[in-house]
Design a protein around this ligand. Structure first.
Ligand code: ZN
Length: 134
Protein backbone atom coordinates (compact mmCIF):
# COMPACT_ATOMS: atom_id res chain seq x y z
CA UNK A 1 0.00 0.00 0.00
CA UNK A 2 1.33 3.37 -0.99
CA UNK A 3 -0.40 6.07 1.06
CA UNK A 4 -3.77 7.22 2.37
CA UNK A 5 -5.69 8.14 -0.75
CA UNK A 6 -8.68 9.65 1.05
CA UNK A 7 -10.82 9.48 4.16
CA UNK A 8 -14.53 8.77 3.73
CA UNK A 9 -17.09 10.48 5.96
CA UNK A 10 -20.73 9.36 6.15
CA UNK A 11 -23.19 12.23 6.16
CA UNK A 12 -26.97 12.45 6.27
CA UNK A 13 -27.35 15.40 3.96
CA UNK A 14 -24.70 16.01 1.32
CA UNK A 15 -25.85 19.53 0.55
CA UNK A 16 -25.59 20.67 4.16
CA UNK A 17 -22.27 18.91 4.65
CA UNK A 18 -20.85 20.35 1.42
CA UNK A 19 -21.41 23.80 2.86
CA UNK A 20 -19.94 22.81 6.21
CA UNK A 21 -16.78 21.34 4.70
CA UNK A 22 -16.44 24.22 2.24
CA UNK A 23 -16.32 26.57 5.25
CA UNK A 24 -13.88 24.27 7.02
CA UNK A 25 -11.43 24.01 4.13
CA UNK A 26 -12.02 27.47 2.67
CA UNK A 27 -12.90 26.03 -0.73
CA UNK A 28 -15.67 24.12 -2.41
CA UNK A 29 -15.80 20.45 -3.33
CA UNK A 30 -14.23 19.72 -6.72
CA UNK A 31 -16.49 16.86 -7.71
CA UNK A 32 -19.87 15.27 -7.03
CA UNK A 33 -20.38 11.75 -8.25
CA UNK A 34 -23.02 9.04 -7.80
CA UNK A 35 -21.88 5.44 -7.30
CA UNK A 36 -25.01 3.50 -8.17
CA UNK A 37 -23.64 0.09 -7.18
CA UNK A 38 -23.03 1.31 -3.61
CA UNK A 39 -26.17 3.42 -3.37
CA UNK A 40 -24.23 6.57 -2.59
CA UNK A 41 -23.77 10.12 -3.72
CA UNK A 42 -20.24 11.34 -3.05
CA UNK A 43 -18.47 14.67 -3.03
CA UNK A 44 -14.74 15.29 -2.87
CA UNK A 45 -12.68 17.99 -1.19
CA UNK A 46 -8.99 18.70 -1.22
CA UNK A 47 -7.14 19.99 1.79
CA UNK A 48 -3.54 20.43 0.70
CA UNK A 49 -2.34 17.01 -0.46
CA UNK A 50 -5.22 15.26 1.30
CA UNK A 51 -8.59 14.23 0.03
CA UNK A 52 -11.88 13.89 1.87
CA UNK A 53 -14.86 12.02 0.45
CA UNK A 54 -18.34 12.74 1.81
CA UNK A 55 -20.90 9.98 1.30
CA UNK A 56 -24.65 10.21 1.47
CA UNK A 57 -26.95 7.21 1.01
CA UNK A 58 -29.29 7.30 -1.97
CA UNK A 59 -31.43 4.42 -0.75
CA UNK A 60 -32.23 2.63 2.52
CA UNK A 61 -30.21 -0.47 1.58
CA UNK A 62 -27.06 1.53 1.01
CA UNK A 63 -24.13 0.60 3.29
CA UNK A 64 -24.01 4.28 4.25
CA UNK A 65 -27.66 4.25 5.39
CA UNK A 66 -26.92 1.21 7.55
CA UNK A 67 -23.74 2.76 8.93
CA UNK A 68 -25.51 5.98 9.94
CA UNK A 69 -28.38 4.04 11.47
CA UNK A 70 -25.92 2.08 13.64
CA UNK A 71 -23.22 4.62 14.41
CA UNK A 72 -24.42 8.02 13.28
CA UNK A 73 -22.53 10.38 11.02
CA UNK A 74 -18.76 10.31 11.09
CA UNK A 75 -15.62 8.72 9.70
CA UNK A 76 -16.69 5.74 7.61
CA UNK A 77 -13.53 4.43 5.95
CA UNK A 78 -9.88 5.03 5.21
CA UNK A 79 -8.78 4.43 1.64
CA UNK A 80 -5.28 3.40 0.70
CA UNK A 81 -3.80 3.78 -2.77
CA UNK A 82 -2.36 0.62 -4.26
CA UNK A 83 -0.63 0.17 -7.60
CA UNK A 84 -2.08 -3.27 -8.37
CA UNK A 85 -5.39 -3.88 -6.63
CA UNK A 86 -5.84 -7.49 -7.79
CA UNK A 87 -2.41 -8.43 -6.49
CA UNK A 88 -3.09 -6.63 -3.22
CA UNK A 89 -6.43 -8.44 -2.75
CA UNK A 90 -4.67 -11.76 -3.32
CA UNK A 91 -1.89 -10.86 -0.90
CA UNK A 92 -4.31 -9.76 1.84
CA UNK A 93 -6.45 -12.87 1.44
CA UNK A 94 -3.35 -15.04 1.71
CA UNK A 95 -2.58 -13.17 4.96
CA UNK A 96 -6.02 -14.21 6.22
CA UNK A 97 -7.91 -10.93 5.80
CA UNK A 98 -11.56 -11.07 4.87
CA UNK A 99 -12.58 -9.00 1.88
CA UNK A 100 -16.04 -7.52 1.29
CA UNK A 101 -15.14 -7.44 -2.41
CA UNK A 102 -13.01 -10.29 -3.74
CA UNK A 103 -12.94 -8.59 -7.11
CA UNK A 104 -12.23 -4.90 -7.68
CA UNK A 105 -15.19 -2.80 -8.73
CA UNK A 106 -15.61 0.65 -10.20
CA UNK A 107 -15.69 3.32 -7.48
CA UNK A 108 -15.94 7.09 -7.50
CA UNK A 109 -13.26 9.47 -8.80
CA UNK A 110 -11.92 7.15 -11.50
CA UNK A 111 -10.85 4.33 -9.22
CA UNK A 112 -11.02 0.58 -8.97
CA UNK A 113 -11.91 -0.22 -5.39
CA UNK A 114 -12.32 -3.08 -2.94
CA UNK A 115 -13.23 -3.02 0.74
CA UNK A 116 -11.82 -5.19 3.50
CA UNK A 117 -14.17 -6.53 6.12
CA UNK A 118 -13.93 -4.24 9.19
CA UNK A 119 -14.16 -7.22 11.54
CA UNK A 120 -10.75 -8.27 10.24
CA UNK A 121 -9.17 -4.86 10.78
CA UNK A 122 -9.99 -3.74 14.33
CA UNK A 123 -13.29 -2.22 13.32
CA UNK A 124 -11.72 0.08 10.75
CA UNK A 125 -13.28 -0.12 7.31
CA UNK A 126 -10.42 -0.08 4.80
CA UNK A 127 -10.78 0.60 1.10
CA UNK A 128 -8.14 -0.22 -1.47
CA UNK A 129 -8.08 1.95 -4.53
CA UNK A 130 -6.21 1.95 -7.75
CA UNK A 131 -6.31 4.82 -10.23
CA UNK A 132 -7.87 3.79 -13.55
CA UNK A 133 -5.51 4.79 -16.33
CA UNK A 134 -7.19 5.69 -19.58
ZN1 ZN B 1 -13.78 5.98 -0.44
Amino acid sequence: MKKIEHIGIAVKDLETSNELFASLFGKKHYKIEAVESEGVMTSFFKAGPNKIELLQATNDDSPIAKFIEKKGEGIHHIAFAVSNIEKEIKRLKSEGFRMIHDQPKKGADNKLIAFLHPKATNGVLIELCQEIKD
